[in-house]
Ligand binder design. Sequence first.
Ligand SMILES: Cc1ncc(COP(=O)(O)O)c(C=O)c1O
Length: 368
Amino acid sequence: MDKKVPFVNFKRHWEKYGKEFMGVVEDRLSRGELILRQDVLDFEKNIAELVGTKHARGVNSGFDALHLSLRALEIGPGDEVITVDHTFVASIAAIHFAEAKPVLIDVGDDFNMNVSQIESVITSKTKAIMPIHLNGRMCDMETIMRIAKSKGLAVIEDAAQALGAKFNGKIAGSFGEAGCFSHYPFKALGALGEAGAVTTNSAEIDEKILLLRYHGIARDEARTQKMFGFNAVLDNLQAAILNAKLKHYNEWISRRLEIAEKYREGLGEIKDLRLPHFDDKRYFDVYQNYAIRSDKRDELQKYLESNGIETQIKWPVPNYSYDWYPYEQKPLPNTEKICREVLSLPMYPELTNEEISYVIEKINEFYL
Ligand SMILES: Cc1ncc(COP(=O)(O)O)c(C=O)c1O
């Protein structure tokens, strides 16, 4: 075996599926099916079916999904949205660009929103809670929905990393007013470029997303101009690719679960490691990432790197700690601790058993 285990391996993905996807691309290009064609409509039907919502709209990215959802819910200047810092910066940026204020609370040991802190930060300005289902694991939606309902708050789920994950048997993106997905190429369901989706059970929100994503122009025959909007439509070619990829999605998730189980078996005995297995039957995790925690994280990462194994730190510092961060924010101790300890191991369906064994072997060797 070539002693290199990259963090992602698109080349291998392409070797396996490239021919199938090129067939789709060639067909759509030869027919000029470029903008808002049938593939986008099919994708929206497929996602709504998978998530179990009445509607879904294809947009250009996970960021657009979040930003447009906030705007569709008329959340803006003077409003506050409760979320976490331990997320990709785009979640917080979406609130910022909707001109509302992000109010960040801490996360628990499963990397997700510590729901016991929500009520303490609710003010008269709070309009929504934005749970982030990180690493393919959902937040405690029972508590979040209960609080939201009792306080009259909207819930916008950032499900960018959680397509197919479940809580109490219900799928990510089907709990709140809106569910937001990213289909960035290295997501579990990734396009060949930027892509995203919004799911909702509300016809009104769905209609607003439709207008906001394409210059405020209605899809009626007259193409009525109804408002100002953005240009954030899902590209038709990407929709066609995503539809083709959806046929493989269950198989890919099964493989992710298999890899997670192999990591658990091979690394479970190492005292310094905290693995992402939380044994709570309410959750079905899809392992978008396999994020471990270690007190010796930096040395471990270096050791793996010197053995050809690529890992990533998501994320090394909280977003609020940057000089340019524009909002006042209390420190979040568990978020900061996770920043010091977290390390993501390679996790993708094309990873071979040999590569997984090699990663396990080298981690065990580090702790000898
Ligand atoms: C949790 C989370 N939210 C939002 C996003 C933004 O998605 P995109 O990169 O498609 O804009 C991502 C993407 O990495 C993400 O992981």
